[in-house]
Design a protein around this ligand. Structure first.
Ligand SMILES: Nc1ncnc2c1ncn2[C@@H]1O[C@H](COP(=O)(O)OP(=O)(O)O)[C@@H](O)[C@H]1O
Ligand SMILES: [Mg+2]
Length: 294
């Protein structure tokens, strides 16, 4: 398995600290200040209305508990084709993802952020590989909640990577036709995944739509998740990641140590600048000598 390394912001990749300060977020965080209109949805629909029974505890579990649990570890052992570092905890790659998780969590917590886009300059760099492994690493933190969404309508990959059958319709979910509880699955008690099975040429329009923003706000508010990772198509190949940027607090850019060029990284930085925060550049398939854990 190739190694994975986190480049610091001021590594020699042209992404200076100064450059980061220029980035500003544009979206007001809905989850930070829940709108009053969202409050009633927290109450179970069948909660009794009479004053006597109003004192009884709510009978429906909260939304997170209503997300269907699916078998994961055993199924993944047999079907998964992606090397999942959760099965190789002591490898340098697994340690790299734990380190990435810890650094990312610190940054997000310090700023009160939760929404992270995971993308890459070109396909095949390891965006899905990194998103899945980072989500598994985040989900190992006791008492935490992590959501992983496959928003790559060009080449959905999370279902296959995790060895879970994808039957859900992500397009319908983002249009508001399907509820969060019906779209997500929980392969682990602390991890919910939104799978994608349909290729859709109108992906950028879907991701840009008002209903997509509303679905993501609702997801963040009602799931009570600590971190949400959104796996997106490559920045330099499609408009999809750009269309979704207003919904996230920051971006993790996955570069391929074997194929990504400095020019590609510079092009990505230019595209993201002014629209979001570049939380980090991850060097996937790093050579051994490049790993800080060797
Ligand atoms: N560090 C790595 N070590 C081993 N295999 C990897 C690594 N990164 C990616 N891969 C493999 O490379 C292929 C492409 O990765 P993927 O995450 O699907 O790329 P992307 O989502 O960016 O298109 C997958 O088969 C994946 O298992
Ligand atoms: Mg992918």
């Amino acid at each position: 398995m190739g190694g994975t390394r986190i480049l610091e912001k001021d590594d020699e990749d042209g992404m200076s600290e100064q450059g980061f300060k220029r980035f500003r977020r544009r979206r007001a965080p809905a989850e930070a200040a829940p709108a009053a209109s969202d409050a009633p949805r927290q109450r179970p629909l069948d909660a009794p209305a009479s004053s006597a029974s109003a004192q009884l505890p709510a009978t429906l579990p909260e939304p997170w508990e209503r997300i269907r649990q699916v078998p994961f570890q055993d199924a993944a052992e047999q079907r998964v084709r992606l090397p999942l570092v959760s099965r190789f905890r002591s490898t340098p790659a697994a340690k790299s993802f734990d380190l990435l998780r810890t650094r990312l969590s610190h940054t997000l917590r310090a700023r009160g952020w939760k929404r992270v886009a995971v993308t890459s300059p070109a396909s095949g760099c390891g965006s899905t590989f990194s998103a899945v492994n980072l989500a598994l690493s985040l989900a190992r933190v006791p008492g935490s909640r992590t959501v992983l969404m496959d928003l790559n309508f060009r080449q959905p990959g999370i279902a296959r990577a995790m060895g879970i059958q994808a039957t859900a319709d992500m397009g319908a979910y983002l249009s508001g036709a399907v509820q969060m509880e019906d779209q997500l699955l929980r392969p682990l008690p602390s991890l919910a995944v939104g799978l994608n099975s349909a290729k859709d040429q109108d992906a950028a329009e879907i991701l840009h739509s008002r209903s997509c923003g509303a679905a993501v706000d609702d997801l963040m508010l009602r799931s009570g998740t600590d971190t949400a990772l959104f796996d997106l198509p490559p920045v330099l190949e499609h408009d999809d990641a750009a269309a979704f940027l207003p919904q996230v607090d920051g971006v993790l850019l996955i570069s391929d140590g074997a194929s990504t060029t400095a020019a590609q990284l510079a092009a990505c930085e230019k595209m993201l600048a002014g629209h979001t925060e570049l939380l980090g550049v991850v060097l996937n398939r790093a050579r051994k000598s490049e790993s800080p854990l060797n």
